[in-house]
Design a binder for this molecule. Structure first.
Ligand code: FEO
Ligand code: CA
Ligand code: CA
Ligand code: CA
Length: 677
């Protein structure tokens, strides 16, 4: 009789300590290697990356600030495969770029021009390092590398033509000089979180796009103070707003002028200027990673906001599909989209994958979450059939396209719950519960003042005013992870229950007000951002992007084996009021983790954020991204590499030059086991 194979122990690795080293630290028995870094050539004809600021041709190189990422398997014959473990395409977001005062200084030989106007040659580089890449990776022996001359390699930049799809296609809100019929726009921008559809396409979320546009100082009056002014203000562009990089200043060509969102022309519809250009950003964009001849599509039915990931709930034959999404800005909302079409398993292997996307992602209902203090909640549909939207005094909606383009205003109208910056979400494959990383919120206060501060609520209960004695910053500096369980109706449910799975905190902080999850030194973290359940091991991986804990440790990735909604207990946080008495906030704190259910797995190099996660389907090769190492380098020190805060990955033996580079790494286990065991 053959004895049964012992069950694999997940989280069997030794926890990694907090680290300030300029390197990637993984547990004993694991190896991390760089496979694809900023500037790496993506065609045979592209020159090797010199990494000294003289490189060009970024349309055929890796972009900057690697972020969300999904893996799409390739068979030996180069066909889509869900079982291949040694050949794949990585679809990777290139979110942004390391900059100080307009210029992406590591990209330019002398640090670039930090005054307006910006030179076109610099702006052309900077627009090209934003967007998305598809890059082939292969395993030879035990080593992974990217394939420089793969025919699948592709870049989409901030200027690539993209199709508008869904309710806002052809709508007046998207008319521009470039696209008078409102069916196209240029580029995708600030691509942050990602998603993978059940039919094998890539979803990428557009996040902090608004900061790239400028508006004239008298633009409100130029627009006749019409409702577009209300929209622009709600999306963070007051008149006189300046742009992050000054791209609009580089010349008269429309590819620069488009970044000026002012009303400049005389037309009534916006077909002679770029007054509506910003309405073309802020969507979930779908791409077919296997077919670079197909234009990407902006799926406007999923709403326009600062998108992070797009996570599907369980796909059940005959049931609608659901996509969960967050809006990562302070005091913004949690959303879900429920498809009109019911899932047909034949669509999982369809050849025209974007046509399947048309079927499931262009028609459906968009909902926003409203959490109640008793641990329940409601999904509220954003449609003209809701009287609060149809009769909203602050903004007169013209129909569903307008609701999708101005989803934040529609969510305001129905009184959705303001959250502490919803970053990635992911669905637990064990039970369908959806987890949202809420990264932090400097504007949460027990006694709010001014228009931007808000009071704590059940799912966002921490709101310090003065815990300076324990060096805790004001607001909710460490973030937390909320989870939700759908009520009756599954994907289409209009009710849910919730609790807080974990609170980020320093392990030494007060367990009654701060370290509510009782984290130990092997578990403590701050500002969760990336969050992905492995479909292969079920481990919940989450990653940090922290401003509050980087004096103690670089950003990190942890592995967790969570329970379920309701496994903890109700807790009341009591805030003293200035005038006496207390503000009492009830919340629900998930069961505290043990040393076996939450463990730090990785710490990154200096100045980086850890983000993006995908695996081969055997669970044995994991790809993650190291975003903006050395971000906190002073550009005045560009000539002296010794003064860079990070020299990664050159100090790990990867590539030329000492300028730090965002990069994808692959993690393998030396004994050939699954990642996280
Ligand atoms: Fe791109 Fe919200 O992080
Ligand atoms: Ca993020
Ligand atoms: Ca973040
Ligand atoms: Ca970042």
């Amino acid at each position: 009789v053959v004895p049964p194979v012992p069950a694999e122990v997940l989280l069997g690795f030794g926890a990694v300590s907090k680290s300030l080293a300029d390197s990637v630290v993984v547990p004993a028995g694991y190896t991390a290697s760089v496979v694809y870094a900023l500037g790496d050539p993506l065609t045979a004809a592209t020159a090797a990356y010199k990494n000294d600021g003289t490189d060009s041709d970024f349309e055929t190189r890796a972009g900057d600030h690697h972020d969300g990422m999904e893996l799409f398997g390739l068979s030996a014959a180069g066909l889509p495969s869900v079982t291949s473990v040694d050949r794949a395409l990585l679809a990777i977001n290139h979110e942004a770029t390391t900059d100080q005062t307009l210029s992406s200084f590591f990209l330019h030989a002398n640090g670039g021009t930090r005054t307006l106007p910006r030179p076109a040659v610099e702006v052309d580089k900077e627009t090209a390092i934003h967007g998305v890449a598809v890059v082939e990776v292969r395993k030879t022996g035990n080593a992974w590398s990217y394939v420089k001359d793969s025919s699948f390699n592709r870049r989409i930049t901030a200027l690539s033509e993209v199709e508008i799809s869904g309710p806002a296609r052809g709508n007046a809100l998207l008319v521009t000089k470039y696209a008078p019929t409102a069916t196209r726009t240029r580029g995708t921008l600030n691509n942050c979180g990602t998603g993978k559809t059940p039919w094998g396409t890539f979803l990428t979320g557009e996040e902090n796009w608004n900061g790239y546009f400028t508006r004239g100082a008298a633009d409100d009056a130029a627009r006749g103070n019409d409702k577009s002014v209300v929209s622009l203000k709600r999306y963070g562009r007051t008149q006189g707003a300046t742009s992050r990089h000054g791209w609009e200043s580089a010349g008269a060509d429309d590819k620069y002028a488009r970044w000026n969102n002012s009303k400049l022309g005389a037309s009534l519809d916006g077909s002679d200027d770029y007054r509506n250009e910003m309405n073309g950003m802020g969507f979930v964009v779908e791409m077919d990673p296997y077919d670079k001849t197909r234009m990407a599509k902006k799926r406007t039915a999923l709403g326009r906001y600062a998108h992070e990931s797009a996570a599907f709930g369980p796909a059940t034959v005959g049931q609608p599909l659901v996509v969960y999404m967050g809006d990562d800005s302070r005091n913004e909302y949690v959303y879900k989209f429920v498809s009109s079409a019911l899932w047909s398993v034949a669509d999982a292997t369809a050849v025209d994958r974007l046509a399947v996307g048309d079927k499931y992602l262009d028609s459906g209902k968009l909902y926003v979450a409203k959490y109640a203090a008793d641990g329940s909640g409601q999904w509220i549909e954003l449609s003209m059939s809701n009287a609060a939207i149809a009769g909203f005094a602050a903004y007169k909606f013209a129909g569903q396209a307008d609701i999708c383009v101005n989803a934040r205003l529609a969510a305001d109208a129905v009184g959705a719950t303001m959250m502490d910056r919803p970053e990635w979400c992911s669905v637990n494959p064990a039970n369908g519960e959806v987890y949202f990383a809420l990264t932090n919120n400097s504007n949460r206060r027990a006694e709010p003042s001014g228009s931007s501060q808000v009071a704590p609520n059940g799912p966002n209960p921490r709101a310090y005013t003065d815990l300076k004695g324990t060096s805790v910053q004001a607001g909710n500096p460490n973030g937390h992870i909320v989870r939700m369980k759908e009520g009756a109706g599954g994907n289409a449910a209009t009710t849910f229950s919730w609790d807080v799975y974990l609170f980020g905190a320093e392990s030494g902080a007060s367990q009654s007000m701060v370290n509510l999850s009782k984290l130990t030194g092997e578990q403590d973290f701050s500002s969760p951002d990336g969050l992905v359940f492995s479909p292969y091991t079920g481990i919940c991986w989450f990653q940090t992007d922290d401003g509050a804990y980087t004096d103690v440790t670089n950003c990190m990735m942890l592995a967790a084996l969570p329970g379920q909604v309701g496994d903890g207990a109700k807790q009341t946080l009591s805030y003293p009021k200035a005038a006496g008495g207390t503000l009492d906030v009830d919340t629900f704190v998930g069961k505290a983790p043990t040393a076996n259910t939450l463990k730090r797995f990785l710490v990154g190099p200096v100045g980086c954020e850890i983000t993006g996660l995908c695996e081969t389907p055997d669970g044995k090769s994991m790809f993650i991204n190291i975003q903006h190492p050395g971000e906190n380098t002073d550009q005045a020190n560009l000539a002296d590499p010794a003064k860079y805060t990070s020299q990664w990955p050159s100090n790990a033996g990867y590539g030329a030059g000492k300028r730090p580079r965002s990069a994808t790494i692959v993690i393998t286990k030396n004994d050939g086991g699954r990642i996280g065991s």
